[in-house]
Ligand binder design. Structure first.
Ligand code: SF4
Length: 499
């Protein structure tokens, strides 16, 4: 669909936004390397995590330069801009907005003053206590906004940048502020001489450390290490800070880890060629498909994915069920990358901008269509209608995650609670609403088992309502979460359906 800035988003239909990730981060310390180009390719590998803006900051040891703009990594940077970004330290960011709108002043990395220089910060995740942090900024700076906040940056990242402007080393400032941040954060940050990385104590979003021959890389996903030739070393631990300078790499466990990795990274968000907590994302998705086939079998002729995100689970479903696998729809992968507004005629075709059926494959067949999730249901309704128009005899929809009933506050923009189709309708009603002959969701247990992680080490809040980091009451109220359900201790608050 067309956005206000004239670009087409990845949304299939007006009013139907799929789950959106909240950014990718990258950092590199590598004397003798072209760090801006390493960061460019790292961000290229993380483009799926955010397509609204991109930015890179570099330092040569004495000065930080930053270049950022709205658009995709390939639209923002060219040889000339990368050439200007000299140095041996760099951080980079691709953005999808959660806190703060999609405008230039909210693009990252953010820059802020420090007593001894400048800090540049890139953030993946979303903080839930921004009101508290804003009050802290005002308390510390006497109500006078400085830096990016004064220039109109409305993000939680700008608040953190402002709070890093304290006496002492940047390392100590970061260690001091980390325990005051509630929610999800993976940071890459730098001053003129040092690269830092930090992860929230729940480790909600992924962050990994890699080794180059002449330096170190930190990135949201292992796929970004692969693209720049870095070997995987380990994950940045929840609650850990890394400090990388000419002396090498140091680690500081700032907060006791309480791991709660986002299960939706395995379902949809991360690239299939990424590994999280030692588990291949592609293999997790294929296993979700195999389990889905056992939990919700159906007599059919062909298993097809909703491309691309449903593909590994569809392969798994076909393997387990013995039903043939085929490609029944072709995705136009570049639709989200044009600045040309669709004409009225094209817009009315809706989903055809993005997906087109292969009639000769699906005509007369009983289909099993595999998708990763249902948010509002508009996409699945359009897919089912399109497949029937193309001659499908039956359309059975299978979903490789449980019903999404709760909003995410940790960096994924699903929809408000009222907009979620599974918040109010049961599975049969949803099947009727989207026009499917049958509908089956994988169980929560099946999804978790496919990740090979313990239930206690995962956030499943959008499915279960169990929020691992407490929500300030105004935030919960704004999203329709009952106040009575949001009164558990700050560290672990569980939200249940009202009786
Ligand atoms: S609420 Fe859902 S999407 Fe958000 S962090 Fe938890 S599991 Fe991930």
């Amino acid at each position: 669909m067309a956005r206000g800035d004239g670009t087409l988003s990845h949304d299939l239909l007006p009013g139907e936004k799929g789950p959106q990730d909240a950014c990718g981060v990258f950092g590199v310390f590598a004397p003798g390397e072209e760090v801006s180009k390493l960061t460019y390719y790292g961000l290229y590998a993380l483009q799926h995590r955010g397509q609204e803006s991109a930015g890179i900051a570099t330092s040569d040891g004495s000065q930080i330069l930053v270049y950022k703009d709205m658009g995709l990594v390939s639209q923002v940077f060219d040889e000339t801009s990368l050439e200007a970004l000299q140095g041996h330290i760099a951080i980079g960011h691709t953005r999808y907005s959660t806190t703060g709108g999609s405008i230039w002043s909210n693009a990252q990395p953010t820059l802020g003053p420090r007593p001894d220089g400048t800090v540049a910060l890139a953030h993946n995740g979303n903080l839930v206590n921004t009101e508290e942090l804003l009050a802290l900024v005002e308390e510390r700076h006497g109500g006078q906004s400085r830096g990016e906040i004064a220039r109109g940056n409305t993000t939680d990242t700008a608040l953190v940048t402002a709070l890093l402007n304290t006496e002492g080393s940047l390392e100590d400032s970061l260690a001091e502020i980390m325990p005051r941040l509630h929610g999800a954060y993976c940071f890459t940050l730098m001053d003129e001489r040092t690269l830092y990385a930090a992860r929230d104590p729940q480790g909600i979003r992924p962050l990994v450390l890699g080794r180059l021959e002449r330096g170190w890389v930190v990135a949201s996903e292992t796929a970004a290490l692969d693209i720049c030739g870095a070997s995987f070393v380990r994950e940045v631990a929840p609650g850990e800070m890394l400090v990388i300078d000419e002396q090498g790499l140091r680690s500081r466990q700032v907060i006791e880890p309480k791991p709660k990795g986002c299960v939706f990274e395995y379902v949809y968000l991360a690239r299939p060629d990424t590994r999280i907590a030692g588990r291949s994302v592609n293999e997790s998705r294929a296993e979700m498909g195999r389990r889905l086939a056992r939990e919700h079998p159906v007599e059919a002729d062909l298993v097809i994915p909703t491309p691309e995100s449903g593909t590994p689970a569809a392969i798994g479903y076909a393997q387990e069920s013995g039903i043939a696998y085929g490609q029944g729809m072709v995705k136009n992968a570049y639709v989200g990358r044009t600045f040309i507004q669709p004409s009225q005629t094209i817009r009315q075709l809706g989903i055809r901008l993005k997906l087109n059926p292969l009639r000769e494959v699906i005509a007369g067949k009983r289909l099993v269509v595999i998708d990763d999730s249902i948010v509002r249901g508009n996409t699945q309704r359009a897919v089912v209608r399109m497949l029937r128009e193309a001659g499908a005899a039956e359309v059975h929809v299978r979903i490789s995650s449980p019903p999404v009933r709760w909003p995410c506050f940790y960096g994924i923009d699903f929809a408000s609670r009222a907009e979620l189709i599974a918040n109010g309708l049961d599975t049969e009603e949803i099947a009727r609403s989207i026009g499917a002959d049958s509908l089956g969701y994988i169980s929560e247990e099946g999804m978790i088992a496919a990740t090979e992680q313990g239930r206690g080490a995962l956030c499943t809040a959008c499915f279960s309502g169990e929020y691992p980091v407490s929500l300030p009451d105004p935030v919960a109220r704004a999203q329709g979460i009952p106040a009575s359900a949001n009164s558990a201790p700050l560290e672990h608050r569980t939200v249940k359906e009202p009786a």
